[in-house]
Design a binder for this molecule. Structure first.
Ligand code: ADP
Length: 516
């Protein structure tokens, strides 16, 4: 009997230990635990919950109100109270587990987001005897998520506002996103991702589509960055030139997960370059025409042939007339030949003059710096192709000079080209061509083209027509330049630089003067 009592006490002690342990556990759980009657009346809050709320179950006793209503009206955020009440009452009525996110007021008055669940406990007949609830603080998570959403919204706004077209591709090349600007350009619905895949097959200019497909395909295979110019069809059907680029985004193992592309409209720029190229061609034509005019002077030697014939025929004529008897008939024929040859000599002269007249002397006041810059711009590609950079140092506030634009442009083109070729031919050049403008005394401006090329090897002969040291040179450039500058009342000269290379310079008087 004593043994039995001892055993029972031991068992009760063990039970109490277990109960203490359980109650400790319930209080230590880092979440809120609560218990409700089947009608929804709170009967227990764990320590953590009472600490958080600053109230315990007995504090919810108020005359004329259920505990649940007191709880709802005191600790739930006013905006969540109704939903909380309805959802919980629905669970109580139907037995469906309760699950909801809501804001709960902490004892310091601050509301924090909670994620809560409650499940019913049933007896063996299936009747609900209790509800047990668990609720944990997700406020930090919600705040972080909100910040993330804000950032996402901000980023997506940024993507849409970027003044360029943006797009995203899968590693297989399927378009999955375009920004608003691009959607507007293509005239499509931003959210219609199905349309995206279809549209991208039809937006490239038919002449470019094949190449784009080939280049992009190869980039997608190799992971190399994509960069290309192509025409895209705008919503109004007009094709515009774009400069497109795309880069792969890789995961930490180096696998491509996305491609991001950017393309911007370079249509206006392409047209400007076209216009520049046309202007350049025109200039080249003008240069050629001027060379021809100059060359035509050399064909004046044709004049020598009829002159020689005239001299020979005059002698013959003299002999026929001096013969005894004079042979008048033969003399007449010879005199006719003289007339014919004299006419053909005159023809040659007028042909040459006509050629010269083709260069009009249209003088207008021009900004020499602007003219120089324009020519430099025209020549920049040609120079770059030979790895030469053109650097200008133009004196500000130079007055305008009355000149023939095309001719002076032609001079500059010639000098720049010569400089670039001299640099190209030298071994130790810095590959920079300098162009300076400045006053030359009070009433003239000077332009200098300075290179660090080979320098002049035979300086005295460079103005001789057809003198050239280049395999395909014509040897007329400097002679033409000098005659153009002199026809403007100016002077052109050149000198080897002290260290390396040469400088060719010309000056133009400010007062318009013209020599025929
Ligand atoms: P081309 O360029 O057709 O040879 P040019 O009359 O312009 O005809 O030039 C004649 C020659 O003068 C060139 O062949 C070259 O030997 C020399 N020359 C011209 N400019 C330079 C320069 N900047 N540096 C060195 N030599 C030059």
């Amino acid at each position: 009997m004593q043994m039995e009592i001892a055993n029972q006490m031991q068992a009760e002690e063990a039970l109490r230990d277990r109960e203490r342990e359980l109650s400790l556990l319930v209080d230590m759980v880092p979440s809120h635990l609560w218990r409700l009657t089947p009608e929804g009346e709170p009967t227990f809050f764990n320590r953590r919950m009472t600490d958080f709320l600053g109230l315990d179950v007995p504090d919810t006793d108020k005359p004329g109100m259920s505990r649940l209503d007191v709880l709802i009206s005191t600790v739930l955020h006013p905006q969540d109270a109704v939903e909380f009440g309805e959802t919980l009452r629905n669970s109580l009525a139907t037995g469906v587990p309760f699950s909801l996110k809501y804001r709960l007021r902490r004892t310091d008055g601050l509301y924090r987001w909670m994620s809560s669940r409650a499940e019913p406990l049933r007896d063996h007949t299936g009747r609900i005897v209790q509800w047990y609830g668990l609720c944990h603080d997700i406020d930090d998570l919600v705040t972080a998520q909100e910040a993330l959403h804000d950032r996402e919204r901000e980023l997506s706004l940024l993507v849409d506002m970027v003044p360029s077209n943006l797009w995203r591709l899968t590693p297989q090349g399927e378009t999955t996103l375009v920004n608003k600007r691009m959607a507007d350009f293509l005239g499509m619905d931003l959210d219609d991702t199905q349309q995206l895949a279809v549209v991208f097959d039809t937006i490239f200019h038919p002449d470019d589509a094949g190449e784009v497909e080939a280049v992009l395909g190869s980039c997608l295979r190799t992971g190399e960055r994509f960069s290309m110019k192509y025409r895209l069809r705008r919503s109004d059907g007009v094709y515009r030139w774009m400069s497109g680029r795309a880069e792969p985004l890789r995961d930490e193992d180096g696998n491509i997960v996305q491609w991001f592309g950017l393309c911007h409209d370079i249509d206006d720029q392409m047209h400007a370059e076209d216009a520049l190229r046309r202007a350049y061609d025109k200039l080249a034509q003008a240069t050629q025409a001027a060379s021809l005019a100059e060359l035509s002077a050399s064909i004046a030697h044709e004049v020598n042939q009829p002159l020689a014939a005239i001299v020979a025929n005059s002698h013959a004529c003299y002999r026929w007339l001096s013969a005894t008897p004079p042979n008048v008939e033969r003399a007449k024929i010879t005199a006719e030949r003289i007339t014919r040859d004299a006419n053909s000599a005159a023809d040659v002269v007028s042909r040459v003059r006509a050629l010269f007249r083709r260069t009009p002397h249209a003088r207008s006041p021009e900004d020499v710096n602007r003219l120089t810059s324009e020519v430099c711009q025209l020549m920049v590609d040609e120079a770059a192709a030979k790895n030469v950079r053109i650097r200008t140092e133009l004196a500000p506030d130079l007055p305008s000079v009355a000149l023939d634009r095309v001719q002076i442009q032609q001079v500059l083109v010639n000098l720049i080209r010569n400089g670039v070729e001299a640099i190209e031919a030298a071994d130790d050049s810095q590959h920079v061509l300098q162009i300076l403008s400045c006053f030359d005394g009070p009433d003239a401006v000077r332009i200098e083209v300075r290179d660090d090329g080979t320098g002049f090897k035979d300086a005295e002969r460079v103005f001789e027509p057809f003198f050239t040291t280049k395999p395909h040179g014509m040897g007329m450039g400097l002679a033409i330049c000098r005659s153009i500058i002199e026809s403007h009342g100016g002077r052109l000269w050149m000198a080897n630089n002290e260290m390396r290379g040469a400088t060719v310079a010309f000056k133009l008087p400010l007062a318009a003067s013209e020599t025929p």
